[in-house]
Design a protein around this ligand. Structure first.
Ligand SMILES: Nc1nc2c(ncn2[C@@H]2O[C@H](COP(=O)(O)OP(=O)(O)O)[C@@H](O)[C@H]2O)c(=O)[nH]1
Ligand SMILES: [Mg+2]
Length: 345
């Protein structure tokens, strides 16, 4: 290889082959992104969905959505041209219905992504809480193995440890963190700092308590009241409202916790969606497209529809679909996408 390199041969950049296929119009950006996703798929569902994107089925759906918006845009441009006397209230109502239908389609795309995103990218789930509440014991109970060291001495977990497991086919990266407490020990403080950084960058937090603390019910947090084997006699259902009550030590309630994790990540029922957006980049653009359609609809609702403004919003919505498909793209987006590929793809 070094001989060839001396002759001027160079190694391919990450994702270079796929990038060239994209730049030469053989693949659109959705298909190009699906190559990397397909390779890193960690669940059958992820492989199925990324395969639908690779085959062009997702792009066809997006094209059809773009077409719907384009047709409405043409109608509105026509509305701009006709005089006020010719203004047709029926046209206004039917256009409003159409824009609402299209925005529902966008919403379905977004909901489908939310249901499926963790099947595709995996979820970061972090166990957090004060020292000694049973975080490491819970970590071991969830993975069904003695991985984390547990002890009655607070401050046993000095850093964080992580492992991979699947919960109902959703790939989960599970983190056990150091208990958050004030300390003068430099090593422990570093553990706490790292625990905070993992905690701030997760998809779902399992906050463990061993007493009934005040809790603020927030999305993306499951509050767990651990050690049910010790104090279940004294607690009423009212005391434990908002908590998932379990014993990490005996395993009682671990099944219910896994179901709660699955529901929090996917919305509960197995997804019916067979074609889904597959990256956050795509979903972010779809959310912007949806917002432009909602803005557009608000200009119809008046008795005197403002077609200039509707047209503007429809054009902006179309631009977002073009961004998803890669019909228009800023250069830095391309390097961001393809740099994540491994060499030789
Ligand atoms: N009785 C009982 N003890 C528990 C339970 N979970 C953890 N412990 C004990 O609490 C102590 C601290 O547990 P550990 O998992 O190290 O806590 P961490 O500091 O939050 O990681 C250990 O002695 C565990 O055996 C539980 O569900 N029931
Ligand atoms: Mg621990």
């Amino acid at each position: 290889m070094s001989t060839f390199l001396n002759f001027g041969l160079r190694l391919a950049d990450p994702g270079e082959f796929t990038k060239r296929a994209f730049l030469n119009g053989k693949l659109d950006l959705v298909q190009a992104e699906s190559v990397a996703q397909l390779i890193s798929s960690r669940s059958v569902r992820a492989a199925e969905l990324t395969n639908r994107a690779f085959s062009g089925d997702l792009s066809n759906r997006l094209d059809s959505l773009r077409n719907d918006i384009m047709l409405l845009l043409s109608a509105c441009e026509y509305g701009l041209d006709i005089s006020e006397e010719d203004f047709n209230a029926d046209f206004n109502i039917s256009s409003l219905l159409t824009i609402n239908n299209i925005s529902t389609k966008c919403k379905l795309f977004l909901e489908g992504f939310n249901e499926n995103r963790y099947y595709i990218s995996g979820a970061r789930v972090v166990i957090s809480g004060k020292p000694n509440v049973g975080k490491s014991t819970l970590f071991n109970a969830l993975i069904g193995a003695e991985r984390a060291i547990t002890s009655e001495r607070p401050g046993t977990t000095r850093d964080y440890i992580e492992t991979e497991l699947t919960i109902n086919s959703v790939p989960v990266q599970l983190f056990d963190t150091a208990g958050l407490r004030e300390s003068c020990d430099v090593v422990e403080l570093e553990g706490v700092r790292r625990a905070l950084s993992v905690k701030n960058n997760c998809d779902l937090l399992l906050e463990v308590h061993d007493t009934v603390d005040y809790i603020d019910p927030t999305d993306h947090i499951i509050h767990i009241l651990n050690k049910s084997d010790l104090h279940n006699i004294n607690l009423t259902p009212k005391d434990i409202g908002g908590f998932l009550y379990l014993s990490a030590k005996t395993g009682d309630g671990i099944g219910a916790l896994k179901s709660a994790i699955y529901s929090a990540l996917t919305g509960g029922a197995p997804s019916q969606v067979d074609i889904s957006l597959i990256t956050k980049r795509q979903a972010d653009s779809m959310a912007r497209c949806h917002q432009h359609l909602l803005n557009g609809a608000s200009f119809f609702k008046e008795n005197n529809p403002e077609y200039e403004l509707v047209s503007f919003e429809l054009r902006e919505a179309i631009k977002q679909i073009d961004v998803i498909l890669g019909a228009t793209y800023p250069d830095d987006i391309l390097s961001k996408i393809f740099d994540e590929f491994c060499v030789g793809k």
